[in-house]
Ligand binder design. Sequence first.
Ligand code: NAD
Length: 419
Amino acid sequence: MASGSTVEKHPTSDEFNPFLSMQKGFDTAADHLGLEGGVRDVLSMPDRELTVNVPVLMDDGTVQVFTGHRVQHNTLRGPSKGGIRYSPDVNLDEVRALAAWMTWKCSVVNVPFGGGKGGVICDPRKMSTGEKERLTRRYTAAIMDILGPDRDVPAPDMNTNEQTMAWLMDTFSMHERKTTTAVVTGKPLSIGGSRGRREATGRGVMSTANEARKMIGLRPEDTRVVVQGSGNVGGLGAMLLHREGYKITSISDMYGVLVNERGLDMPAVLHHLEQNRTLEGYAEGEYHTDGEAQLEMDCELLVPAATENQITSDNVDRIKAKLIVEGANGPTTAIASASLSDRGVTVVPDILANAGGVTVSYFEWVQDRMGYFWTEEIVNSRLEQIMVQAFSEVRQTSEKYGVDLRTGAYVYRMRGLFS
Ligand code: NAD
């Protein structure tokens, strides 16, 4: 599908600013709808931003100050919802962009949340478990005035997990003097988590990949898949695609790339990764450290599931996949997105492809508030139903407006919000 885009190819630093990228996607859709200026302004600026500097006692007895952000982009449809990431690269523009994408994402799958996001500038690889716990508790205490089941509900993101959410929930509950499970999602099952949450984002990637490959006439057994990232989204997404009969020819992490043209045995790869904390040394595949080359490998389906700004004006012309399913948030810059669209490459955009996570987070929040927990079968079937429905509606909108799926996803929701 062509968008008729005419964005010029000039790699600039702006290309890598995720907030500007997000605004580009938004503006393109707003132009198609003729959305008026005031409404555009409301949606392009976050409702609220909070920056905190929190002191943390380190294992060596020193005190270190960490900077964290929490951004609430829009709460028109309900409490803000969005992950918290720990990374040295966290910055306010990135958190703003991720918060805005959450507004669109919640809207695409029609769950009653607005968009939020948080991040702390730190290097979790260099921190002990105790240091991470103390950081999480101080950060939570510093932002908790704007958190709550009816205000803002965090979840895990890069380098945070079920344990981080448990610390957050416990800290919030201690201050509130009552157990408040619905203040976060992505918690362990034992303290109010939902069955199926851990693999929900990967499951949504699998469902939307299935719908998209049917749309372009591919069979799973003829579909070679390259997956960038082997964490929650990439690893579990690859596992579920493998189970559906797709051939995973490559998977990577931030250190290196594993390749097997005959297809990787994903359960064995993930077991190796769990045991060794690296893809290196896995016997049934070749390992190399050229991460950039991985995205350009011959394949039918590319799943960028690591981080943003991976498909850019620098490499977009060498991308060979005919289908891209964006597991990560913002993996394709606006310039690269326009170029892929012009070339007729089908891209299932992040705000649809990785919305499985927030959908099951919504299920978790509902279950916590009801105090009644569902079986994994019910969670998975309700998730599948929502993902297939969202894909179909986005597809219909994109066909109606003659635009690509990304613009279709934005247009679909803006119509819902403002018409
Ligand atoms: P994670 O920390 O579990 O895994 C990230 C993976 O990406 C790791 O394997 C890491 O080594 C790898 N990685 C990081 N930088 C890389 C690089 N430059 N090249 C290759 N690999 C690299 O994180 P996650 O939860 O899987 O999140 C991944 C992406 O998906 C992020 O963009 C996140 O915002 C998005 N996302 C996550 C969820 C969720 O439920 N976890 C939901 C929606 C979107």
